[in-house]
Design a protein around this ligand. Structure first.
Ligand code: ZN
Length: 133
């Protein structure tokens, strides 16, 4: 079951520059950074109310985020929804005809289990399912 929005992710070219902007200009609470090897990204999280803003930056040229930034120059990349069970949620989505990019959970930031659904299935928005560790 989908419980809430966990975070909104924004693809950025220069994560240090954008951390300053979101922390110092926007005034959000900075929670720290993490390199997620499996996704080939470095992420920074900020808390705002009971959701987070995630800045995501490629760590290699073959990162999926690199292609996104090349094409669009950055911007909103995905919306992550918290689920209590990512495996069940993948099965439920597939039963309902959603195109899953990950049929098995992957390891995300903070050791969460994550899986992405194709933007075609949700009005052009890349959707991340996230089960907290
Ligand atoms: Zn995310």
């Amino acid at each position: 079951m989908i419980k809430k929005v966990d975070h909104i992710a924004i693809a950025v070219k220069d994560i240090d520059e954008e951390i300053k902007r979101y922390r110092d200009v926007m005034g959000l609470k900075f929670l720290g950074t993490e390199v997620v090897e499996e996704q080939k990204v470095k992420v920074a999280f900020f808390e705002i109310g009971d959701i987070m803003i995630e800045l995501t930056c490629p760590t290699s040229d073959d990162s999926p985020i690199s292609k996104f930034i090349e094409k669009k120059g950055g911007g909103i990349h995905h919306i992550a929804y918290e689920t209590d069970n990512v495996i069940e949620q993948i099965a439920d989505f597939e039963k309902k005809g959603v195109i899953m990019l990950n049929k098995e959970p992957k390891k995300g930031a903070h050791n969460a289990k994550i899986a992405f659904a194709h933007p075609k299935s949700f009005a052009g928005v890349l959707v991340e399912l996230k089960e907290k560790a």
